[in-house]
Write a protein that binds this ligand. Structure first.
Ligand code: SAH
Ligand code: SF4
Ligand code: F3S
Length: 474
């Protein structure tokens, strides 16, 4: 495979982005080279998502484009990985017979072998239905990685999801919830810190229930001490205490499982960032119950108030769905009211998209007219934008700690960084700044999606090594 180049295109959430880093790491370890330019590649990996319908359209659009790409050079290969491959399986091959490897979400560790099999024996599909519990390679963090950035890293703490949110396809494509041992996670973060990483994001679909399965397994094995309570707060605390770590984040928590000890840990540990992603989904109790979310709007707001009083200067982001089957104008009004009351710093807003196999997809008699859902989207957006601008304006005049992410894409004389609250800042600086540098930026202006400012002081220089391309052994 010498001199062969690969390109990975990622759709979807951080889980997929993290899997992509592992796929890239495996290919590099196998002697291939990464390229940012798809046209130069010999292998293109599409790591797919199926959370909403337009994700499918995007994939099949890309595959159409890749047909002439493949025909243009002998030996080119296409891999379709990720959630849509897990869901659609043979359909991917039927719709795009030129795909060489179709592999599921539990097959990431098999990437290089599958490419070889496809080369030697023709197109291959391999989709495991479940992760094998004791196979550590199934935690993406346990595989070699080609991380996109060198100063921060994602760390998987849990795979799968045991919840049954009525609209959501994730449990069926990511399998049941399996937690990784806390010692392994802590060891990985220590190793990352040793390599110069200063920020980690702990990843799981429902991080608050982290460890429930481990406790159950321990009890089955005869332990009498282990309580069947989630262990996320203690994991968070251990990670936050690791020497050298400067920023700890996590995503996503579930409001129904959010416990006070997690909030207290966030408030007590200076390394845990003041940002909480807290998915509301709907502000109507009737819709929340149809969604199987397990909380009421009031409960959500009460916990949010508790979070804000426990953690100083907390920024809160959320996910909201409009047009869930059966959502009436009155339900939607309640969502708008709760969203306004919650005063989010930022929000991801979605129109309900039926996903085959989910309970909500069967509620066809109650589907909301697309024009009505679209209009609700626009109205909700006004509420969310208004609170984002208000929250961002409140930062003007403050000195914020920022990590440099790179040069500003639109104006190369400026830099872009991220605050502890996870807000993007575009700022000017007199000196050259390396990615991963920490500095204090005075905020001078604010918009819907970003802040602007001026660097006043560099507080910490990056220590990560500059990435060198991996050389093939022969
Ligand atoms: N595990 C994460 C969410 C993963 S999906 C969590 O629970 O927070 C990210 C977001 O996509 C969800 O929070 C939801 O708002 C949205 N989403 C999921 N399925 C959807 C669907 N069928 N239609 C529209 N939005 C959806
Ligand atoms: Fe989907 Fe709900 Fe699980 Fe999140 S918690 S991944 S929304 S089923
Ligand atoms: Fe993520 Fe999309 Fe899969 S949101 S878990 S990549 S379906």
């Amino acid at each position: 495979m010498l001199d062969r180049k690969f390109h990975v295109r990622t759709f979807g959430c951080q889980m997929n982005a993290h899997d992509s880093e592992r796929i890239a790491g495996l290919l590099e370890t196998d002697g291939m080279q990464h390229t940012d330019v798809e046209a130069e590649a010999d292998v293109v990996v599409l790591n797919t998502c199926c959370i909403r319908e337009n994700a499918d359209d995007k994939l099949y659009g890309s595959l159409g484009w890749l047909k002439p790409w493949k025909e243009a050079r002998e030996g080119r290969q296409i891999v379709v990985a990720g959630c849509l491959a897990q869901k659609d399986r043979e359909i991917v091959r039927q719709k795009a017979p030129h795909v060489d490897v179709v592999m599921g979400t539990h097959n990431v560790h098999r990437t290089t072998e599958l490419l070889r099999t496809a080369r030697d024996r023709g197109a291959v599909t391999e989709i495991f239905d479940e992760a094998v519990l004791d196979d550590h390679a199934l935690f993406p963090s346990a595989l070699p990685a080609r991380r996109e950035t060198s100063y921060n890293a994602w760390v998987t703490i849990q795979i799968g999801c045991d919840n049954t949110c009525a609209y959501c396809i994730v449990p069926s494509v990511r399998g049941k919830e399996i937690s990784r041992s806390a010692d392994e996670i802590v060891d990985e973060v220590r190793m990352l810190v040793l390599s110069g990483v200063t920020e980690v994001t702990l990843l799981g679909q429902n991080v608050n229930s982290y460890g429930r399965d481990l406790a159950l397994a321990a009890r089955k094995a005869g332990s009498t001490e282990t309580k069947l309570r989630p262990q996320f707060a203690s994991l968070l605390s251990r990670v936050a205490d690791i020497e050298g770590i400067r920023r700890v984040r996590y995503t996503s928590p579930h409001p129904k499982d959010m416990t006070l000890d997690v909030l207290q840990t966030m408030g007590a540990k200076s390394t845990i960032c003041e940002h909480l992603h807290y998915p509301l989904q709907s502000g109507s109790d009737r819709v929340l119950s149809l969604m199987h979310r397990g909380y009421t709007a009031q409960k959500y707001l009460d916990r949010l108030a508790e979070a804000r009083s426990t953690i100083d200067d907390l920024a809160v982001s959320t996910d909201i769905i409009v047009g869930f089957p059966g959502e009436s104008e009155d339900d939607f009004q309640q969502s708008m009211e709760i969203a306004a009351e919650a005063e989010f710093d930022s929000a991801y807003l979605f129109i309900f998209s039926p996903r085959e196999g989910t309970t909500a997809a069967e509620m066809t008699d109650h589907f909301v007219e697309p024009s009505v859902a679209g209009e609700r989207f626009d109205r909700m957006k006004v509420v969310l934008d208004r609170s984002a601008v208000r929250k961002h304006r409140a930062r003007i005049g403050l000195l914020e700690e920022v990590v440099v992410e790179g040069r500003n894409k639109r104006d190369p004389d400026m830099f872009t960084g991220r605050t502890r609250q996870n807000k993007l800042v575009h700022f000017t600086a007199e000196d050259q700044l390396r990615v991963g540098t920490f500095g204090m930026v005075e905020i001078t202006d604010a918009a819907r999606f970003h802040l602007s400012g001026v660097l006043r002081e560099v507080t910490h220089l990056p220590t990560h090594r500059v990435r060198l391309p991996v050389q093939a052994a022969i």
